[in-house]
Structure formats: C-alpha cells, structure tokens
Design a protein around this ligand. Structure first.
Ligand SMILES: Nc1ncnc2c1ncn2[C@@H]1O[C@H](COP(=O)(O)OP(=O)(O)OP(=O)(O)O)[C@@H](O)[C@H]1O
Length: 362
C-alpha cells in the first residue's frame, strides 16, 4: 500500500520532544514533508541549534518512520529556529532572547563564562550578541581581543546608531569601549545606567537569537535598569563552589525571583568547580569544595547548568583574547556543554512560562 504524508505524520506524532513533553507534530516541528515513489523526506525544526537532544530526536524520528516506510528511503534534515516569547516587544523587536548573566561575588568568572558561552552558542549556529555592562571590570573587550577598537556609528532613520564590534562570530559592545583604555573613570550608577540604556536602544543589533548581558557582580542599579528597560528572558547565575560565593549567589538569585522583578532563573553554573591539569582531565582536585553550585540549584529549585573546571588555559585565553572554547579539548567540551544546557533551558522556559514583563517602578 502506498505510504501517504498523513501516515508519516501519524508515525511522527508518536515522537516526543523530551524537554517540551509534547509530540513533534503538535509542536509544529515537522516541515517540508514530502513522499514520492522513492523517498520520504522532511525537516525537523528544533528550538535551538545548540539542542543537546538533536541526535536522539533524529533517531526517534527515523525509528518511527521506518515502521511504516516499506522500501522507501528516509531523508531527515535537522534545522533550528530559536524560540522567543518576546512577541512584538518594541524595544529590540528582532532580538529573540535576552539573557542576564549575573553573579553574587566578584571574580567568580562571570565574564569568562559570558564570553565563552557567547562563542559556543555562535559556534552552534546561533546569532549572538553581548552587552558588557560590568562597570567595575569591563573585561569583555580584553577577552575578545578588541580592547583598542572603537565601534563605528551609522545613521538610520535620522538616528545615530553604534555598530557592534564583530569578533569570533559574536556582536559585542562594552562599557569599556566607551572609555579610553588605561584611563581611570569612576562610573557612577546613573552614568552606567544610561550607558546600558544606550546599548539597548542605540545599537544596530539586527536579528539575534540570544543577547547576553554581562552584569556587574552583586545586585545594583544596573540590574534594575535592565529589568526596567527590556523583558529579560531569563537569568544565568555564575558562582564558584566556596561557601562565601554561594551565599552571595543566593542573594543575586533571590533578586530575580522577587515578585516585583520576576525574571525566570535559567539556572546556576558552577565555575572553578575543580582544578584539572589539561593533559590529565580525569584528575580532579576540588580545591574550593565540591558541589556548592549544584546544591544551590537544588535548594533553590532551579536547573543546574553545568560545571566548568579551573584550567590554566582558561585564564590564559581570557588574557590573550582568544576564548577557551575555541581550543579543542576539555575547555571546549565544558563550554559547548554549557551552551547546550543554557539553550535547552531557554527553549523550556519559552514553552512553559509566560513572557517576562518589563518592571515598572515609581
Ligand atoms: N574556569 C576558570 N579557569 C581558570 N581561570 C579562570 C576560570 N574562570 C575565570 N578565570 C580567571 O579568573 C579571573 C576572573 O574571571 P572573570 O573576570 O571572568 O570574573 P568575573 O566574575 O567576571 O569578575 P568581575 O567581578 O570583575 O566581574 C580571570 O583572570 C579569568 O581568566
């Protein structure tokens, strides 16, 4: 009997997206389905190119369709369209997801995580931007080896716009690029807040799947400016495992959960989880204690996004402006896995929670 498109859809309606807990047909992930005399072909459109379940979903589809395909060849293409719940938001309408990267304590590696996460998401095929809003230590330009560059300006519809610097596939602007290097400027809260607003409204961002915002450590005016300016898709909390860092991370995390702020927490990243010599990655030394970040995530009932070890080359790559995720081995694996976890949690958040509201404060 001839196989029809309806038969294929019926077979595919038994395949679930394990994260979104619905079948692929209901989720409208099956595109361009065609059946001819020799083959069945279709495309599965995932919710992010960094989907960690890509292979599993493809195999599940293959298995389901094989049960009805007879002699026909099966051709499956995997693509991705990053989801968004920002709708017709009038600020940054072409930016699908805004992700705040936050830490309680300084120096836990928030900027290192932001830089490598951005490059990892871009490597997976997503359009990515970074705003470095860390007034106390705008280290993104150094980490991207563009500290001496000055962003260009363009005029569009009578408005002057900053053109973000493009480096390693990531568009970026930084508070550090607004001030001459080595020139000590004390950023006051209001100045920094207005710089962040400018980065949101006066930058030619174009279309982005993920815009990461590297915030100053702790809780500050900048955090409030951000949530008052745009609906933030979610927050990623970076901590190291020591007690003192965890206590501060908990405060930072609680701020996002406050009813009047109400930004979903995408999860906790444990940076500097253990020391490992690069050439012996199975040797792990828990010099700052073990599992602090994981336990915080459990207690706060938010996802644990992963561990990043202390590796000498992560520090060296930060200093030399060549993010560690671009170097094969243990560092690439750690940050690529982190990108998959973050992208996954964004997709789950978008499928299961209402869109974030811009915070109104009097
Ligand atoms: N996993 C790691 N392995 C080795 N070195 C690391 C790691 N994470 C961060 N570092 C190093 O630790 C230092 C501090 O990192 P980073 O600037 O990212 O921290 P931060 O939390 O953003 O700091 P700030 O409080 O200034 O915003 C940098 O020299 C960085 O290269």
């Amino acid at each position: 009997m001839k196989v029809t498109e309806k038969d294929v859809l019926k077979a595919l309606s038994t395949v679930q997206d394990p994260d979104l807990k619905k079948d692929l047909v209901t989720l409208e992930m099956i595109k361009d389905l065609k059946v001819d005399d020799s083959q069945i072909s279709f495309t599965v459109e995932l919710t992010t190119p960094a989907c960690p379940l890509k292979e599993k979903i493809k195999n599940d589809c293959l298995e389901a369709v094989e049960a009805i395909s007879g002699d026909l060849e099966i051709k499956i293409e995997m693509t991705a369209q990053v989801t968004s719940v920002r709708g017709q938001s009038f600020t940054l309408p072409k930016v699908k997801n805004i992700i705040a990267i936050s830490s309680g304590k300084g120096g836990v590696g928030k900027s290192t995580v932001t830089a490598n996460l951005a490059v990892a998401l871009a490597k997976s095929g997503a359009e990515v931007g970074v705003i470095d809003a860390d007034i106390f230590g705008p280290s993104i330009p150094t980490m991207f080896n563009c500290e001496y560059e000055q962003p260009e300006m363009v005029q569009e519809d009578g408005k002057n716009l900053i053109v973000p610097i493009m480096q390693y596939g990531v568009k970026l602007v930084s508070i550090g690029l607004l001030t001459p290097k080595d020139n000590a400027i004390v950023w006051r809260g209001p100045m920094a807040s207005s710089a962040l607003k400018q980065f949101i409204s006066d930058v030619k961002w174009g279309e982005l799947d993920y815009l990461l915002i590297d915030l100053p450590p702790g809780t500050s005016d900048i955090h409030l400016t951000l949530v008052q300016s745009v609906p933030v898709t979610g927050a990623v909390i970076v901590t190291s495992p020591q007690k003192v860092a965890i206590a501060d991370a908990k405060k930072g995390l609680s701020m996002f959960k406050l009813p009047q702020i109400n930004v979903p927490v995408l999860g906790v990243v444990e940076n500097m989880a253990y020391f490992t010599p690069e050439e012996l990655p199975d040797n792990k030394y828990y010099i700052f204690g073990q599992d602090g970040g994981r336990e915080l995530a459990e207690k706060e009932d938010v996802p644990f996004l992963g561990e990043i070890p202390i590796v000498q080359s992560i520090r060296e790559s930060g200093d030399s402006g060549f993010p560690a995720v671009m170097k094969e081995g243990v560092t690439e694996d750690a940050f690529m896995n982190l990108a998959k976890s973050v992208a996954r949690q964004v997709a789950i958040r978008n499928a299961s929670k209402e869109k974030t509201k811009v915070v109104q404060m009097n």
